[in-house]
Design a protein around this ligand. Structure first.
Ligand code: AHR
Length: 639
């Protein structure tokens, strides 16, 4: 029986409680939400920031360290960086027929300094092939746009662009004669696919010998989410929209900090024409074009009716421990960049960045509501820089909600923070299901009136299954019940291209031709679709099914427990059985219980709340009790 006093007012639940967290990880952007189908389209893959050192083709990225525990995070720190033609291969009759190399002379755009120099020695139809992000997928009846840039050197072509299947059947083709000499020119064609196939590849066939530089070779679907030109992949964006997110966080995540300060994501490099976007090799080990950049993120927020949360670098990189952070006299540059990001989103069109937004097609302000300063930062270096950015933003944008990225969950904030500048903290939990089940009451213990909480990243990473999803749901009930202090939450990470997993568990999986949510996705969706307005205090009265009581158990001592009388009035095998307690507290014992003349034996450990199921077992209960067992003063066995 649930008792509720309907006269009570109850705590209001934040309308922004359930949102989503986007980061470029698991190749969630290129080849995913940003539906570019050509892998390494601008030959910028493996273009490594100069502040990172590498030897023998392997980069040694600085590890991120937990400031408080000193524990090095378990992530990849070595990456192969040599193969700059990654994703491209030559097909010719003999090796002497052609060669390719990545060059930097006279780039198509200075932001993307690399292009591919093809040296063709044969007239026999040398081919340059790209298999996309492990395949290119078309849908019958859909339209596609193909584009590439070429700079021929006394080479008139033709170059024939074809999309072919694994048997060599041509799905689309167009031959381009080259004009001009030593000049970049664009070549493009659009077509409708008459096949549905997810194993296609692009072939560029060179009709004659000669030299030509190639760059920005792109293949995009015409049909996008909300029909925006060059916009987002429809099915993936729809999955996000279906989560009904109150807010969207961008760009992360660790990419906010970067391996080094130079490597941090710089929002102003992610707007404007895609061809001018520098992109970045990010610490998840690949180059990202930022096709899904700051502008597209803000546009997506508007399109799905979500508030935007931008996360800015706080002058501190992942390698802060190694001294890679901005000194205080360098910080005005960072402050300027943070203010610029806000101005781009909501500034008047008469301002520098407001005008830029208008130039990019959106004179109206975007729904930016939150700014988080830093990601998973902590410590005095961060606190000092946080205060500086906070002051500048608060002065210019008094209504913007500012979040502190203090990484560790502590009821008291460390003294190096200026308390009045901390309104909301962002703790993260990547734990196992047992942690989430055991911590449904974690938020009940947080002192009120000091700061609010944004649970910015959490996920059951040990069990990426229904059990894990249920544990997240249990944890979320704790957030919802404490929504007077937990104002926002977002599961992380959001997206995974199943062929490029960086992180153990991710909410939405996609392939080139399909997308699906893991069970955790449906937990998120269920909560978001059933948002309560207020929290009422409830009392639960458990009622046990009398007719099922078949035994009682005596207790000898709390530390060495012996259950004397376990009476089971059946000799049949039992498919599913459980033991429930009618006491307030369970004493749950894990380990193997054995039945002998003295009864059942085990050692005592923690307490579980009333009503929680202590163990389930299958089999013949007259002979065995299986591995996980319990002790309690009064036991009820039900079948
Ligand atoms: O979500 C994956 C990573 O986990 C994020 O980039 C980072 O913030 C956290 O450590």
């Amino acid at each position: 029986i649930i008792n509720i006093d309907l006269a009570q007012e109850g705590n209001e639940i934040s309308e922004d409680l359930w949102g989503i967290f986007y980061e470029e990880i698991n190749r969630s952007g290129d080849g995913g939400l940003y539906p570019e189908m050509i892998y390494n389209r601008a030959f910028e893959e493996k273009n490594i920031p100069h502040t990172l050192t590498y030897q023998d083709g392997v980069i040694k990225a600085p590890s991120k360290v937990d400031y408080e525990s000193g524990r090095v995070k378990n992530w990849q720190t070595e990456f192969d960086v040599e193969n700059k033609t990654d994703g491209w291969k030559l097909e010719s009759n003999s090796e002497a027929d052609a060669s390719m190399k990545v060059v930097t002379a006279s780039p198509l755009d200075p932001a993307t300094p690399h292009s591919l120099l093809m040296d063709i020695q044969s007239n026999d139809g040398v081919k340059l092939v790209n298999g996309g992000f492990k395949g290119i997928a078309f849908t019958k009846g859909e339209k596609y746009d193909f584009l590439f840039y070429a700079r021929p050197f006394a080479f008139t072509g033709p170059i024939t662009a074809s999309i072919v299947d694994t048997l060599g059947n041509v799905v689309a083709t167009r031959a381009f004669d080259m004009s001009g000499n030593n000049e970049w020119d664009a070549y493009s064609f659009s077509f409708t696919s008459d096949v549905t196939n997810n194993a296609l590849q692009l072939e560029l066939t060179f009709g004659a010998a000669g030299q030509v530089c190639l760059d920005y070779i792109s293949l995009l679907p015409q049909s996008t989410f909300m029909d925006r030109k060059g916009g987002l992949r429809k099915d993936i964006a729809q999955m996000l929209a279906d989560l009904n997110p109150a807010f969207i966080r961008w760009p992360g995540g660790c990419v906010v900090e970067g391996c080094t300060m130079e490597n941090r994501i710089k929002w102003w490099e992610t707007i404007g024409p895609h061809i001018t976007r520098k992109g970045e090799w990010d610490l998840w080990g690949y180059h990202n074009t930022y096709g899904f950049g700051y502008h597209e993120f803000l546009q997506l927020c508007e399109d799905v009716g979500a508030s935007a949360m931008y996360v800015a670098n706080a002058g501190v990189s992942c390698a802060a421990r190694n001294g890679d952070y901005y000194e205080m006299d360098q910080m005005p540059e960072i402050v300027e960049q943070v203010l610029g990001s806000i101005e781009y989103a909501i500034g008047d069109v008469s301002t520098k960045w407001g005008a830029e937004r208008a130039k990019n097609g959106h004179p109206e302000p975007f729904p930016l509501k939150y700014l988080e300063i830093g990601n998973e930062n902590s410590g005095e270096i961060y606190a000092e820089r946080y205060d500086m950015i906070y002051d500048a933003v608060r002065e210019k944008y008094p209504d913007l909600e500012i979040l502190n990225a203090h990484f560790f969950f502590t009821p008291e904030i460390p003294e190096y923070y200026t308390e009045e500048k901390i309104q909301m903290l962002d703790p993260h939990w990547y734990r196992d299901a047992e942690f989430f089940f055991a911590n449904t009451q974690l938020f009940d213990t947080i002192p009120r009136g000091k700061f609010d909480i944004y649970a910015g990243e959490y996920a059951c990473i040990q069990q990426g299954n229904m059990y894990g999803a249920l544990s997240e749901a249990a944890f979320m009930t704790g957030m919802e019940r404490n929504a007077d202090i937990v104002k926002m939450a977002s599961y992380a990470p959001l997206l995974e291209n199943v062929n490029y997993r960086n992180w153990p568990t991710n909410l939405i999986h996609f392939k080139n031709d399909s997308v699906y949510g893991r069970s955790s996705y449906y937990v998120q969706k269920m909560f978001a679709e059933n948002r309560p307005d207020v929290n009422l205090d409830t009392q639960l009265d458990w009622v046990f099914p009398e007719e099922k009581i078949i035994g009682g158990i005596g207790l000898e001592s709390p530390s060495d427990l012996t259950i004397k009388d376990l009476i089971v009035d059946t000799e049949d095998d039992v498919d599913n059985a459980s033991i429930l307690s009618d006491e307030n507290n369970w004493k749950v014992v894990k380990g193997t219980w054995t039945v002998n003349e003295e009864g059942l034996k085990a050692e005592a450990i923690p307490t579980l709340p009333q009503g929680q199921r202590a163990f389930d077992f299958e089999g013949d209960v007259t002979n065995s009790i299986h591995n996980e067992q319990i002790q309690a003063e009064n036991l009820v066995m039900s079948f």
